[in-house]
Design a protein around this ligand. Sequence first.
Ligand SMILES: [Zn+2]
Length: 61
Amino acid sequence: MAVKEATRHILCKDAGYQCEACFKGKNDDRLVIKAVEHMAQYHGASLSPELAAQVRRSIKT
Ligand SMILES: [Zn+2]
């Protein structure tokens, strides 16, 4: 029997980008890393603790 775990997600546009990317995962730390790496690679964001904190606050359940 499958246990339904809460999937958490981050929307790239919540960080202020015109982008439909959505990141899903169950582990906040990995999710934040995935999102900020995308923002750096696709949007030229600079990786910083501030960005990571901002992204972490935008996590939705
Ligand atoms: Zn994006």
